[in-house]
Design a protein around this ligand. Structure first.
Ligand SMILES: [Zn+2]
Length: 485
């Protein structure tokens, strides 16, 4: 039996030993939904018990949060920390973690990193501040690598602070970068812009001719991070798909790039090994399932249908479907949480790196999200904002085409109006309405994506899928192509 199967067998026992399902039933997140199934929760055991329970999703988290007190939601008396997600719907999902949950969560990343780099590594970590979960990563990284006996030096900055931290980075050159791929590329741009200025200032202070010549030279030849951070060896990237950015990042930073997968709602992260062919999900404290494509189709045709899922330990190579996570968190475990990432099992044999679980590639989303990488906008919110009452006109149909300009995602919005009084006013009203959505506003203001001029068209032909539902969000093949900068 493979180690992975042994782990999953142990997890089955752990479900019963910890009374995971019986305890979770006390939370408002599960109580009513499970009650409806008429299953006797007290008798549920192991994977058979787990699989008799319905799935939950981000919507359930949000609705439970809005309608219940914290005491009705959490299973413990106290909470250690509240994390949030970037919230594609605009309103936040708050996820409680206990101190124990927090302690367990970071060890995985530290162990993963130490597989690749030595204790002498200096990690440049670009993260969002709390309450985003990535905000704790730099501290956890030092603490957990330290606890394992190999404390790694961490140079941590929020995206806004990278520029101010430049002086430190020039002196204490990092060897590893940890962040999102698009921010790493943005930083490459900033390096190109800032280096000549910094060299010039240094030359003035030190009255150095050599530096002055270097400063002039950098204006002629574009400077990339690899020209400055010459000891850089590895990059670990999460938050969005690495593949379109991989080559550009490796070129500009002069490192080997690895994909990471982490999420705020619960345990279990994934990482890519040296084979660069999908991610391992060691799932030391989680149980992963996949809902196969065929089952998803049945569900699309009959919303009442509850799809059957397959455990990762039993998933076969080539299988595609949606990822589901169950974990052993104390404060609020995730039980059959649909992450809405579409995945493919690219291998189920033992890997050359020694891991024997399946390797997984993220291939898309199964919900209507306008996925711009680190920013994800809900198509439902878009619809509400575009269908407001405007004096200048009214929307009949709309469609978003997501493509890319250089490395930035670009939204092309086409609108088929029911009527228009004044085209320019109508376009402005639509823009202003979208801009009132804080996530959209922040993304646009921080150059995280580009909005093309809104197009008014006579007739929109939307793609039909499932039971006559029309697709409002499409992705141009360029969006998935390798970016070139
Ligand atoms: Zn491997």
């Amino acid at each position: 039996m493979s180690q992975y199967q042994e782990l999953y067998n142990a997890h089955e026992k752990r479900i019963d030993d910890t009374e995971l399902l019986q305890k979770a039933y006390k939370s408002a997140l599960y109580h009513n939904k499970w009650k409806e199934t008429k299953v006797d929760i007290s008798k549920l055991k192991g994977y058979k018990g787990l699989k008799s329970l319905p799935f939950i999703s981000a919507d359930d988290l949000r609705i439970t949060w809005e309608n219940n007190t914290v005491e009705d939601i959490i299973l413990t008396e106290t909470v250690g920390f509240w994390y949030t997600t970037s919230g594609s719907m605009g309103n936040k999902k708050w996820i409680p973690w206990t101190f124990n949950d927090y302690k367990i969560a970071g060890i995985g990343l530290a162990k993963t990193l130490l597989k690749f780099v030595s204790a002498k590594a200096r990690v440049l970590s670009i993260v969002l501040p709390p309450p985003f979960i990535s905000g704790i990563a730099p501290f956890k990284l030092l603490q957990n690598t330290g606890d394992l006996g190999y404390p790694i030096e961490v140079l941590a900055f929020t995206p806004e602070y990278v520029q101010d931290g430049f002086g430190l980075l020039m002196k204490r050159k990092p060897t590893v970068i940890l962040g999102t791929p698009s921010l790493a590329l943005r930083m490459a741009e900033e390096v190109a812009e800032n280096t000549p200025k910094i060299l010039k200032r240094q030359a003035e202070i030190q009255k150095s001719i050599k530096l002055r010549i270097a400063s002039i030279a950098t204006k002629i030849k574009k400077i990339y991070p690899k020209n400055i951070f010459k000891d850089m060896t590895h990059g670990f990237f999460g938050g969005e798909s690495l593949d379109p950015f991989r080559k550009a990042i490796e070129d500009k930073w002069g490192l080997e790039a690895f994909d990471l997968f982490a999420f705020t709602e619960g345990f279990s992260g994934g990482y890519e090994c040296q084979e660069h062919n999908g991610m391992h999900f060691p799932s030391e404290n989680a149980i992963m399932e996949i809902i196969p494509e065929k089952e998803l189709e049945k569900e699309a045709n009959d919303p009442e249908y509850v799809p059957e899922a397959v455990l990762f330990s039993e998933a076969e190579k080539g299988m595609t479907g949606e990822m589901v996570i169950t974990d052993f968190k104390e404060a609020l475990p995730m039980i059959r949480y649909r992450v809405r990432d579409s995945i493919k099992i690219v291998s189920s044999d033992e890997c050359s790196c020694g891991e024997d679980g399946p390797k997984v590639k993220i291939i898309g989303r199964t919900d209507s999200i306008i996925n711009l990488g680190i920013i994800r906008l809900s198509a439902i919110i878009f619809d509400q904002l575009l269908r407001k009452e405007f004096n200048s006109g009214k929307v009949n149909l709309w469609e978003v085409l997501v493509t890319r300009e250089n490395f930035r995602p670009k939204i092309i919005l086409s609108v088929e109006p029911e009527f228009v009084k004044n085209e320019e006013d109508f376009k402005k009203d639509l823009y202003d309405s979208l801009y009132s959505f804080d996530l959209f506003q922040r993304g646009l203001d921080n150059d995280l994506f580009i909005l093309d001029e809104i197009k008014l068209v006579n007739k929109l032909k939307l793609e039909i899928y499932g039971q006559g539902k029309s697709r409002t969000v499409r992705y141009h093949p360029d969006f998935y192509k390798e970016v070139k900068i």
